[in-house]
Ligand binder design. Structure first.
Ligand SMILES: Nc1nc2c(c(=O)[nH]1)N[C@H]1C(S)=C(S)[C@@H](COP(=O)(O)OP(=O)(O)OC[C@H]3O[C@@H](n4cnc5c(=O)[nH]c(N)nc54)[C@H](O)[C@@H]3O)O[C@H]1N2
Ligand SMILES: Nc1nc2c(c(=O)[nH]1)N[C@H]1C(S)=C(S)[C@@H](COP(=O)(O)OP(=O)(O)OC[C@H]3O[C@@H](n4cnc5c(=O)[nH]c(N)nc54)[C@H](O)[C@@H]3O)O[C@H]1N2
Ligand SMILES: [Mo]
Length: 776
């Protein structure tokens, strides 16, 4: 990924298959369509292989038995699916186990490692090889003379951060990124530091993830989160699962799906790909199922819309209900609509004016299948709609999430048991980060409280998000970039452009557990600050500390690490923030060190600032913690009208122009965002290959492309600029015509920075306009 381009277009960027993110292939690429149930012994085998590789066979199982335990264990650092409320001790999953094992590896990256390898040399390594070196052990600073990272004391590291920040012309020349792993207490201190410095430049991974969901839910319901919990999942009559690869990315949802199916709930999956969770699953905590390989169905109906076709599909379902309602008044909940909603007539008109022909064309689904889905919805007394990135990472992500709410409102599926919207969040604490203040567009009331309680004068103007930060770095307007976790260089769109942007900085600081690309793509000065992971014991002056996290369903609970830290030199994330803050704000009245001595003190302050956190220290210690109240759940709508608002947005045109395809970038089964575990994608039947593109067989035939043929993929941005990947291998797959799919982060090269949604500012990662040709 060496080529460069300017954002405005013109120059073409291309990368080839030789730029490897994943490991060196263990063998020849293989592909066989997958027909087995999800989870079960395939998962168990994969876990054992992984644990033995990381040398964690002894510690691994012991730790895993402590994972997700009520207040005595640590929260799984994997996804944000809630913990089982009945305390199922084996409610854990293959990918969660891999994730924990990854953190607990016995491998280490110490000063000797950096002494013998220059940054230029490391830059030639694959991302897999970088992370595979193990845990970072000491703070390191980049030495431009020798092109090596060399050790630095914590004090000197903090002084470097402090003096650089103090030397800026304006605090707005710094940006503070958060990846969704960060616990609530560190989150609160981090945003406090940024605001005390005087900026709201708080980009985070949500900007690439669920920004659309938050904005849509706030506009429709006045509550920016889902309103349902696991109990609702256990009592609902119908589940609509849209744009989620649950078997890989929220595997504990498999249990909920299988149990729902067993008790007779109906399940509809909406996804251009039929993913493994949309067929059958073996419930991991059911030993009988595991022993007999008995699998449970997890689907009644699979609908495969075209990429971006969800909004038209949802509108078709609404249209069907409205048409039916003259003969079947119970198809709609008129009482609910009259009492709690606004904008119904406009919405009805929008549904009426959308012709079936247009709905079929835009969704890529025929009318009969839409009616079938509408029938499931009509026949259910209570329905839940759940979604993830397949819905949000689009130009029209906000409108589509609002369309989900429209559909729910039509039948009063809100504010009662078993019903409501249920977005599946990404990182384990990404929702908590927002709740605790990571927001580049903070609400004035929040700033008022923060200012008052913490005696600071927080800035009022909006800050920069992820895309805005990259642009500003590229222009030279942001000079200091701090990454609290994550791997910004590789996770962000438009890889070469993002690299150039980071390299413009005066200082880049990465707070990390493992070596990654963002350490090698750095500013003139650069620091790697290694921190404790969630599995590790956090000892401070006031004793062993715990941190809190919030899951996808708004449960806030404690996480307590118990493993000996990977190195005696690691600091906790709150301690790293406090160290930076003290150095950057020498006159600060905030008691940074005092906070770090005992996190209860941070929680006491948070209780005064954050809505719903009253009596935080006591309630977070209750079994399973506590649930943050969602006003919409109580049918309180904090919208301008005081009602739930229908949205009558026009249907977007998502049909690819002739000759082009809509490409979605997604995760394989064996990766965690930019962390790659192997180059297999078991549930999609792929082995030894990541540099691939899934295509419809007819689209392949039309282009003279056969299975495993090398192809060149070229994307065309809104501004006309082009980006490309060469020599990727084509895989014939069950995907609608006109659609293609492949893996992030490799395919970020194809995503132009300027192509972000005008509704959410989210980079468009699921609907990249491409042409695919046989490689020359
Ligand atoms: N093991 C593991 N777990 C994870 C992660 C991980 O990398 N590994 N990442 C975490 C994070 S940060 C997040 S945000 C979540 C992401 O969880 P997902 O949203 O499941 O992530 P993706 O792999 O991007 O998969 C998107 C799904 O959307 C489908 N899709 C693509 N385009 C469309 C469309 O237009 N319409 C519809 N209906 N579907 C579409 C794809 O086929 C795919 O099934 O997972 C979290 N959990
Ligand atoms: N094309 C494309 N791009 C995408 C997406 C997509 O679907 N398509 N998805 C987007 C989404 S949803 C997301 S969330 C982003 C993910 O973006 P990020 O959150 O920035 O990336 P991760 O790969 O999750 O970060 C991995 C790194 O986190 C560090 N780390 C792990 N654990 C800890 C910890 O406990 N503390 C600290 N301080 N560091 C830790 C390790 O050093 C590791 O290398 O990517 C986005 N990018
Ligand atoms: Mo995410």
């Amino acid at each position: 990924m060496s080529a460069s381009q300017d954002e405005a277009g013109g120059r073409e960027t291309r990368a080839g298959r030789e730029t490897r993110v994943g490991p060196a292939p263990a063998g020849e690429p293989e592909f066989e369509p997958y027909h087995h149930p999800a989870a079960g012994w395939g998962a168990a085998k994969s876990v054992t292989r992984f644990m033995s590789r990381e040398g964690a066979l002894v510690d691994g199982p012991r730790a895993i038995l402590r994972m997700n335990h009520e207040n005595t264990g640590f929260d799984c650092p994997g996804c944000a699916w809630p913990d089982d409320t009945k305390g199922l001790h084996l409610d854990i999953c293959e990918n969660g186990i891999k994730h924990v094992t990854w953190e607990m590896t016995r491998k280490r990256v110490g000063p000797e490692f950096f002494a013998s390898r220059s940054v230029s040399e490391l830059s030639g390594w694959s991302d897999y090889d970088l992370e595979n070196q193990g845990r970072l052990t000491e703070p390191m600073v980049y030495d431009p003379e020798t092109d090596h990272y060399v050790p630095i004391s914590w004090k000197d590291a903090f002084d470097l951060v402090g003096s650089t920040l103090r030397g800026l012309d304006s605090p707005h020349q710094a940006a503070f990124y958060t990846s969704g792993r960060l616990g609530n207490e560190a989150t609160f201190l981090y945003q406090l530091m940024a605001r005390e410095l005087g900026t709201n430049n708080l980009p985070d991974c949500s900007n690439m993830c669920h920004e659309a969901s938050g904005r849509a839910l706030t506009a429709s319901l006045g509550t920016g989160k889902g309103t349902v919990d696991l109990k609702d999942w256990e009592t609902t009559d119908a589940l609509f699962i849209i744009g989620v690869n649950a078997a890989s990315n929220a595997p504990r949802m498999l249990t909920a799906l299988a149990e729902a199916h067993k008790r007779g709930a109906r399940i509809v999956h909406v996804n251009p790909l039929v993913e493994a969770a949309a067929t059958r699953a073996i419930i991991p905590h059911d030993f009988r199922d595991m022993a007999t390989l008995h699998s449970t169905r997890t689907s009644n109906l699979n609908i495969q819309p075209r990429i971006g076709g969800d909004m038209a599909l949802l509108r078709g379902m609404a249209k069907a209900l409205l048409e039916q309602s003259s003969a079947d008044p119970k198809a709609l909940d008129r009482e609910f609509i009259d009492r709690y909603t606004a904008g119904f007539e406009e919405y009805r008109a929008a549904c009426e004016s959308a012709s079936w022909e247009e709905i079929e064309r835009q969704s890529g689904v025929d009318r009969a299948a839409i009616l079938q889905a509408a029938r499931v919805y009509r026949e259910a007394d209570r329905s839940i709609v759940s979604w993830c990135l397949g819905v949000t990472q689009h130009e029209h992500g906000v409108d589509t999430v609002r369309e989900i709410v429209n559909l729910l409102l039509l039948r009063g599926n809100l504010g009662r048991e078993g019903a409501g919207p249920s977005p599946v969040r990404g990182h384990s604490n990404v929702q908590g980060n927002r709740t605790c203040g990571i927001d580049h567009r903070p609400a004035p009331e929040f700033l008022d409280r923060l200012g008052e309680v913490c005696s600071i004068d927080p800035p009022r103007e909006h800050g920069l998000d992820t895309v805005g930060t990259i642009r500003a770095m590229h222009r030279g307007d942001i000079k200091v970039f701090v990454g609290m976790g994550g791997n910004f260089a590789l996770a962000a769109p438009d890889t070469p452009y993002t690299y150039e942007a980071l390299r413009q900085c005066e200082l880049t600081v990465q707070v990390s557990t493992k070596l990654n690309r963002s350490h090698l793509v750095h500013g003139r000065k650069a620091l790697i600050l290694p921190c404790l992971g969630r599995t590790e014991k956090d000892e401070q002056r006031g004793g062993t500390q715990s941190t809190s996290v919030e899951d996808s369903m708004s449960m806030v609970h404690l996480s307590v690490g118990m493993k000996r830290p990977a190195s005696p030199h690691l600091l906790s994330e709150p301690a790293v923030v406090a160290g930076m803050a003290r150095a950057a704000l020498p006159d600060s009245a905030t008691p940074w060190e005092w906070y770090v001595e005992d996190y209860d003190r941070i929680r006491d302050t948070m209780a005064q600032v954050l809505n719903g956190f009253e009596d935080f220290n006591r309630r977070v210690r209750l079994p399973l913690g506590f649930r943050l109240k969602q006003p919409a759940r109580e049918l309180v709508f904090l919208t301008p009208s005081g009602r739930a608002e229908f949205s009558a947005a026009p249907l977007p045109d998502v049909v690819p122009e002739p000759g082009t395809l809509a490409l979605g970038t997604m995760r394989s089964h064996d990766q965690w965002n930019t962390t790659i575990y192997s180059d297999n994608d078991r549930y999609r039947g792929v082995k030894n290959l990541r540099t691939l593109v899934f295509m419809n067989e007819d689209d392949m035939r039309e282009r003279g492309i056969a299975k495993f043929d090398p192809v060149d993929i070229t994307s065309t941005a809104k501004d006309g600029s082009r980006r490309g990947l060469n020599g990727y291998l084509a895989i014939p797959y069950d995907i609608p015509r006109g659609c293609a799919a492949g893996y992030m982060p490799e395919m970020n090269v194809l995503c132009a920075l300027g192509d972000y949604s005008t509704q959410s500012d989210q980079p468009i990662m699921k609907h990249v306009k491409v042409t695919i040709t046989h490689a020359a």
